[in-house]
Design a protein around this ligand. Structure first.
Ligand code: DX5
Ligand code: ZN
Length: 234
């Protein structure tokens, strides 16, 4: 379980930022207290939307020291891992459905010296990660269907988060348990109580007028609502 010594990681998703001012937006969330910067890469094929490619990741690299948390929603994914690694990604996360050989894809990501992540769509069972946990640095639970920001949180995923928390703890490995989609102060409290430690939030941060307040509201709501954290935080 999460204890008071474990810090919650907040990763603003640039998908909800002003795309005409991405450098400025990246710097603004760093100043506002973000831990990682989340990139949603979409190809119009694996998901029904098209966003950014490695050129944009590379262009933003000099603007911030935040680790770049790159979420690839593209298929096939393997041919593009090198480009994102070389563009400055620190974490590269993939969906099991985006290529035929997840084990090889994770090996490839780690071969570039990057942290490797696995992303589970709402309908993807936890078993998808069971035999590749040794190669995972991050597991991310989608609490919306991937493709768009601003969607409604899917509460049926809370039990999946709890199951994954158990699997990660049993593995004895340091693996971040992220949640992506529909995160607000209210849903943040629920996913953290279920065992998540890392929050991706687009609309809740970039849709607000005060990024620092939005980030601290996510942290504070989690402390207030999650019983284990509230108990140990006092
Ligand atoms: C959806 C993306 C999410 C999205 C979250 O495909 O993976 O990162 O930007 O956006 P919000 O926080 O607005 O639900
Ligand atoms: Zn994402």
């Amino acid at each position: 379980m999460i204890s008071v010594t474990d810090r919650i990681i907040i990763a603003p998703s640039l998908l909800a930022a002003d795309f005409a001012r991405l450098g400025e937006e990246a710097r603004a969330v760093e100043r506002a207290g973000a831990d990682w910067l989340h990139f949603d890469v979409m190809d119009g094929h694996f998901v029904p939307n098209i966003t950014i490619g490695p050129l944009v990741v590379k262009a933003l690299r000099p603007h911030t020291r935040l680790p770049f948390d790159v979420h690839l929603m593209i298929a096939p994914v393997d041919p593009y891992i090198a480009a994102f690694a070389q563009a400055g990604a620190d974490h590269i996360s993939v969906h099991p459905e985006s290529g035929p050989h997840l084990h090889r894809t994770l090996q490839m990501i780690r071969g570039f010296g990057k942290k490797a992540g696995i992303v589970l769509n709402p309908a993807t069972p936890v078993e998808a990660i069971a035999h590749v946990l040794d190669l995972a640095d991050l597991i991310m639970v989608m609490t919306v269907n991937p493709g768009f920001g601003g969607q409604t949180f899917i509460a049926s995923q809370l039990s999946k988060i709890a199951t994954l928390r158990g699997m990660i703890d049993a593995s004895g490995r340091q693996i971040a348990l992220q949640v992506d989609g529909g995160i607000t102060p209210e849903t943040a409290a629920q996913v953290l109580a279920a065992g998540a430690d890392t929050l991706v939030a687009g609309t809740a941060i970039f849709g607000s007028t005060d990024y620092a307040k939005a980030i601290s509201d996510l942290r504070a709501a989690a402390l207030r609502r999650a019983p284990s954290l509230a108990f140990t935080a006092g």
